[in-house]
Design a protein around this ligand. Structure first.
Ligand SMILES: [Zn+2]
Ligand SMILES: [Zn+2]
Length: 135
């Protein structure tokens, strides 16, 4: 992957970069990810928080649950990131908002028990009913 990897929202008001290879990545099928993106599934990649930098604009912060909050563009609504609260060491960037999303492929599925019945992917990646096992 070419670093820094650049990304941003749909309207261009919000731009960011990541300066490190992702530690892992996956698909999340949980209802929080679905409802905050409006998509059947969210593909994310984890990077150390120090490797993430907003380079343009100011994200709107939305607390989606007691576990964490989401950053999105207040103009176009695109969600770019999930971070745990209150003191995260890592952030999960939304892969689809990268300029070159092909650069990072998901490694597994989480919250597969919550998957929409008509949605499926053709991969053979591990499928976890809830969170991935701790590594
Ligand atoms: Zn935007
Ligand atoms: Zn989720």
């Amino acid at each position: 992957m070419k670093l820094p990897a650049l990304g941003g929202c749909h309207c261009g008001a919000l731009r960011y970069e990541i300066g490190a290879e992702p530690l892992d990545s996956g698909y999340c099928h949980c209802a929080d990810c679905r409802r905050t993106t409006g998509a059947p599934v969210l593909a994310w990649a984890t990077v150390p928080i120090d490797a993430f930098k907003v380079t343009k604009g100011k994200p709107t912060v939305y607390r989606s649950s007691s576990a964490g909050e989401r950053l999105f563009c207040g103009n176009c609504g695109a969600q770019i990131l999930f971070r745990e609260t209150p003191d995260p060491s890592y952030v999960d960037i939304n892969i689809a908002t990268l300029d070159v999303p092909n650069a990072i492929a998901p490694d597994y599925h989480i919250y597969f028990a919550d998957k929409i019945s008509w949605f499926d992917t053709k991969d053979t990646l591990p499928r976890y009913a809830a969170r991935e096992p701790d590594v």
